[in-house]
Design a protein around this ligand. Structure first.
Ligand code: PLP
Length: 422
């Protein structure tokens, strides 16, 4: 049956950003007549210690009196109270805060948080004005590309580049002077650590952005899907920032629960309340089973412990494999640069003056049996043309050490051919 879609239905019924590439990758793998090294997945590795933690918490829940209450009854839209209490208990001690239940909202994964915020604070306001959803440091998480019912509201700011040519490394820095936050902006969103780049915006930079936003009472959502205390996928020192106006957003997906869909927002009660109503209208509340086992893992301190002793080290080691293989395999004359790997589960590579587009590089590597993700979908909201956008790829650190080594060797060989052909 062909259905007639509303304007917003048309927007929401399309795959955005990297989801469209993932479809191509799945189709490639399904009809594969050869073996591929797949360095595209964003799905975290199932680590045995982490799996055991969730098994143990599940056993504890099953054996407890609360099981029937957890799965058999509706609950508060805010979230499952013992889970909220475990999070605020942990954060108040760890960061010296005074959080109460009014500061917290639990959603079905953090992706939905950005959807709620983008349409609650961004989009067309009561006077007909289009309020922006501002991404202050492009590139950033491709999933932001699909969060708004009014895609024209998405606006990203081009970064400054700090390049170390001899080391073949670089780092994006927010161009603070170019970040304009006024009454035309509905909310600000950025990931820290960043997917895809592994960048960690400094505390000073976060505070500068938050101070600009606070002048116009614009909420700043700091997407901490990879941040401490869990999953603690920061490889350099970082502390979350809890300044006024900041909504600290967490995800439990990289702590081994992507299937349970748990996102948490921590911030000012007025902002949390608006997001909570949106959440109630959309889905009443999040699943309570995942929250109940997460409450046990957070409350006992086991999750924070496993994050720093197991999860972090696993990906940090993989990052080193990518770095050392590229350093030894890629021809020094090629202008390749790896983003400083400060966190998350990806390596981000930039090839200056790349003679072909990132999409063509993706196709050409696919022909060689290597799948990476082309970089251009990671610039949602960036309106100006920028050659750099078509010169990057993302490499997932979820593959094995051997796959990463072989994959990087294939990449090095292909780069040599591509650059020497011009
Ligand atoms: C930076 C970032 N934010 C948000 C999400 C969404 O996570 P979830 O909805 O599983 O919490 C992801 C998923 O990979 C991500 O990388």
């Amino acid at each position: 049956m062909s259905v007639s879609l509303s304007a917003q239905g048309k927007v929401m019924s399309q795959l955005s950003g990297v989801r469209a590439i993932m479809k191509d990758i799945v189709e490639t793998l399904e009809r594969a007549d050869k073996k591929y090294i797949n360095l595209a997945p964003g799905n975290p590795v199932v680590l045995p210690e982490v799996e055991q933690l969730w098994r143990d918490c599940t056993h504890e829940l099953l054996a407890s009196k609360s099981f029937a209450e957890v799965v058999g009854r509706y609950g508060s839209s805010r979230g499952y109270e013992p889970f909220i209490d475990a999070v605020i208990g942990d954060f108040n001690v760890r960061y010296g805060l005074k959080l109460t239940r009014e500061n917290v909202l639990v959603t079905a994964g953090s992706q939905s948080l950005y959807f709620y915020a983008a349409n609650c604070f961004g989009g067309v306001d009561a006077t007909g004005q289009l309020k922006k959803v501002l991404f202050p440091l492009s590139p950033d998480y491709t999933g932001y590309g699909g969060v708004s019912l009014s895609p024209d509201s998405l606006l990203a700011v081009k970064p400054n580049l700090e390049i170390s040519p001899a080391e073949h490394r670089f780092k994006y820095r927010p161009d603070i002077d170019s970040i304009e936050i006024d009454e035309n902006v509905g909310c600000v969103v950025f990931s820290r650590p960043c997917n895809p780049t592994g960048n960690i915006v400094t505390e000073e930079e976060v505070k500068s952005i938050a101070a600009k936003a606070l002048l116009h009472k614009v909420p700043v959502l700091v997407d901490s899907a990879y941040g401490p205390p869990f999953p603690a996928l920061n490889f350099t020192e970082m502390t979350p920032v809890f300044d006024e106006g900041i909504i600290h957003c967490m995800s439990f997906s990289k702590t081994g629960l992507p299937g349970e869909r748990i996102g948490v927002a921590i911030g000012a009660p007025e902002v949390i309340q608006a997001l909570e109503c949106f959440h109630t209208n959309a889905s009443l509340h999040s699943s309570r089973y995942g929250q109940a086992i997460a409450a046990l893992a957070v409350g006992s301190g086991r999750l924070a412990d496993i994050a720093t002793t197991v999860i972090r080290g696993h990906y940090a080691e993989k990052l080193q494999v990518v770095e050392t293989t590229l350093d030894s395999e890629v021809d020094d004359s090629i202008p390749w640069y790896m983003h400083k790997g400060e966190g998350a589960i990806f390596a981000w590579l930039w090839f200056d003056n790349l003679p072909i587009s990132d999409w063509d590089l993706y196709q050409s590597l696919k022909n060689e049996g290597l799948i990476v993700v082309p970089g251009s979908p990671f610039f949602p909201g960036l309106r100006e043309e920028w050659a750099h956008r078509h010169q990057c790829i993302r490499v997932s650190l979820t593959a094995s050490k051997e796959e990463l080594q072989t994959g990087m060797k294939i990449l090095a060989k292909r780069l040599k051919e591509i650059y020497s052909a011009t």
